[in-house]
Ligand binder design. Structure first.
Ligand SMILES: NC(=O)c1ccc[n+]([C@@H]2O[C@H](COP(=O)([O-])OP(=O)(O)OC[C@H]3O[C@@H](n4cnc5c(N)ncnc54)[C@H](O)[C@@H]3O)[C@@H](O)[C@H]2O)c1
Length: 277
């Protein structure tokens, strides 16, 4: 029993609340502490060397990842190793394909908070030897693709007043390169698409940034990976003295998507072992 001042009288038994009263607050508490739904990230080029590393990293950071790739089976295989991830066959050059996949993502996982544009193609030739169809393939994949995905996913981010976009451009987007004019043109366009979208949508609460990888150890680097002498000579010209790894790109994407990157809008981060330094 408690006295007027609230102190317990010696020897008095402690009053026990009814069992229902014990349960009630617990039920309320479980409603409050129910885990928040994971943020959704869409990653294009998810079956590729860099894209798959990004999917794994973002999944590790707690995102539910929608893995987009032209190679549907490979995208599904990347997703199958990750919790709350799904693979989708998508051609980023095709508005209807992007739109259909986006609808499925919203049904399956929810409205995306993060979009990473990593799908890309590369080819080597003189512009005078470049077929119009190859020009279209490069520009449509590397530049029109990000336009179509941004156009698709930005409205949901604007409505939630938050979100982030990370575009994987290239050092070829900030300086010219030998025998790769179309690739450089596409990546240069992507850099300025990034900066312009950052200006338009920063006030909506959306951060748009890009990173420019140097040579990264994926299939896309096969043009030099198979030539030891050329690779050694290239490495000697770079401060890091080596190619980068897909995980090193994924780490920077994760940073750009995190609160650590909260004041980065329209940034063009060179992740190139110092190649453009
Ligand atoms: N590897 C490098 O040295 C390097 C350097 C600078 C920039 N990049 C850029 O990084 C990104 C990823 O390249 P990667 O090295 O992982 O190459 P990768 O070839 O391993 O992966 C590219 C992926 O994009 C997918 N893809 C191609 N066209 C597509 C389309 N129309 N729709 C959907 N998916 C499509 C491919 O199926 C593939 O899975 C690309 O944008 C590339 O330009 C790579």
């Amino acid at each position: 029993m408690t006295g007027p001042a609230g102190e317990m009288a010696a020897g008095a038994s402690i009053p026990q609340p009814a069992a229902e009263a014990l349960l009630e607050p617990v039920a309320e508490l479980s409603a409050v502490t129910e885990p928040a739904r994971a943020r959704v990230a869409v990653v294009t080029g998810a079956a590729g060397g860099i894209g798959s590393a990004i999917c794994r990293r973002l999944s590790g950071d707690g995102f539910a990842v929608a893995c987009f790739d032209l190679r549907e089976e490979e995208a599904a295989s990347v997703a199958s190793d990750l919790p709350a991830a799904r693979g989708y066959g998508v051609d980023v050059r095709d508005a209807a394909s992007v739109q259909a996949a986006a609808g499925r993502v919203r049904d399956d996982l929810g409205v995306p908070w993060l979009l990473v544009n990593a799908a890309g193609v590369f080819s080597i030739q003189r512009i005078t030897d470049l077929d119009e169809s190859e020009w279209d393939r490069i520009l449509d994949t590397n530049l029109k693709g990000p336009y179509l995905t941004c156009r698709e996913f930005l409205p949901g981010m604007v409505q939630s007043a938050e979100g982030a976009i990370v575009n994987i451009a290239s050092t070829a987007g900030v300086r010219g390169g030998r025998l790769r004019a179309a690739y450089c043109a596409s990546k240069g366009g992507l850099v300025l698409l990034t900066r312009s979208l950052a200006i338009d949508h920063g006030p909506d609460g959306i951060r748009v940034n890009c990173l420019c990888p140097g040579l990264i150890d994926t299939e896309m680097a096969d043009w030099i990976r198979g030539d030891d002498a050329a690779l050694a000579s290239w490495a000697a010209s770079v401060p890091a003295r080596r190619m980068g790894t897909p995980d090193e790109i994924a780490d920077v994407v994760a940073f750009l998507a995190s609160d650590g990157g909260s004041y980065l809008h329209g940034a063009v981060l060179m992740v190139d072992g110092g190649g453009t330094a």
